[in-house]
Design a protein around this ligand. Sequence first.
Ligand code: PEP
Ligand code: MG
Length: 566
Amino acid sequence: MLKGIAASQGIAVAKVYKLEQPVLDIVRKEANVDDELAKLDAAFAKTVEDIEKIKEVASKSLAAEELAVFDAHLMMAGDPELRSQIEDMIKNESVNAEFATEQVANMMVSIFESMDDAYMRERAADVKDVTFRLMCNICGKVIPNLATIDKPVVIVAKDLTPSDTGSLNKQFAKGFATEIGGRTSHSAIMARSLEIPAVVGVTGILEAAKEGDEVILDAINGEVILNPTAEQVAEFEKRAEEFKAEKEALKALKDKESVSVDGHKVLLVGNIGSPKDAEGVVENGGEGVGLFRTEFLYMKSEDWPDEETQFQAYKAVMETMNGKPVVIRTLDIGGDKKLNYYTFDEEMNPFLGVRAVRFCLMRKDIFRTQLRALLRASAYGHLCIMFPMIATVNEFKEAKQCYEDARAELIAEGVKVGDKVEVGCMIEIPAAAVLADQLSKYADFFSIGTNDLIQYSMAADRMSQPVSYLYQPLNPSILRLVKMTIDGAHKNGKWCGMCGEMAGDEIAAPVLLGLGLDEFSMSATSILRARKMINGLSYEAMKEMAEKAVCCDTAEEVQELVKASI
Ligand code: PEP
Ligand code: MG
């Protein structure tokens, strides 16, 4: 049994599917020209066959525009220019086929990467992808592919990229376990929105698990059991059924309010990464959207998304939420979130560098496009816009001025904008939490981003497994910063929400209620369980408990205190 962090709740019993990229150790060798040409020929044919198969499977779950990439790959695999360059090198230098392929690929990649046109630069990734497959086929190595899985499995990998997670087919991918990552890594966040059980940060899993082993993924307690006994399998299959039944029962709370036994009302809302996710929030009884991470719109685009594209995406969310509040965060790029079409300057500490609002204030052209799109969408419901990574009052004022300018521009153009847009500030840097009572003079609301607030307070990278023990939402130091932020908002009559993962944590929720948090934003699938809990708590009792919690020494002490109070 291996321990990890339960990142997305659920239980799965299936076979291990290892997602490991083959390692190719390619060296130059003298070789027989005819043999190498024959190998190359067979590898090209197999590459085309592989891509066609992947496309066929993917066509069942992906939209037409997402399938276009496979056509581009097929075209490249059939490109006579690519093939003749490799053949020429084999003939002229009598070298092995994989070496010639690697040389030609490197040359083509550097040509594409040096082009000015963003579309052409993107092609470098396609060349890498297709030629890597070609070299694997020459060397007889298999590339695992998530889209072609056709029986129930638990995926075991070092890490899953957000796009790996996005291509999982829920019918067969019953869960995943990864070596690295924490509760707040973006693949963990996506697993929760896809409702796929996940345990992350499982040290040693890649070494211990063999392809095809039977495995129990207990993503409630954060455990992975390899080659379980028949009794263990029976026990966990029963627990999985109970988990499913409990989820069904929670549906009765879908249209209920989130209110404590003594009448204190809060809002339970959902975090989303795409307009489609908003439907999940409605299905799970969310009273609004508390965080739309708009960067995913930018990440899956081929170039900066234009105003109209963004407007349509934001309007779709507003319409799905039908008048309920929708908090949309402006672009939060940098740190671990990269773009294919833009290269950030190298920095020693990207999480402490040009990220989020810092980037937007340096690139006001990009910021303006997004603000205009948001303002146009504001005519379709109750929009709240917030800026991520604000550190100072001046940064907030400058960002707010950009918003005012975009608004004045649209009004002068005769474009309809909403008249009750709220403009708020994310609190995810300790400096902003400490100065919350001043910031709230200018911001209409706060939303606490605890994923970053905790990493910056503890000086512990949220992507690092060895220091993941410092992700301590219940540490009294963090609770004090949260309290300062909530009190700071209330001092000037503003509301305070939280959209970091802490808001959906079942042990943290009673303390947050007691500290006076007004809005809790979490993955859609956590909303009903949180409502059930809040509906059973006394606000007055939680207030008393929270006062004691901020005076504890450790997170463990707070945990004991909460457990004794609920
Ligand atoms: C946060 O930092 O808590 C947050 C909600 O933003 P993200 O996880 O996208 O950085
Ligand atoms: Mg953040």
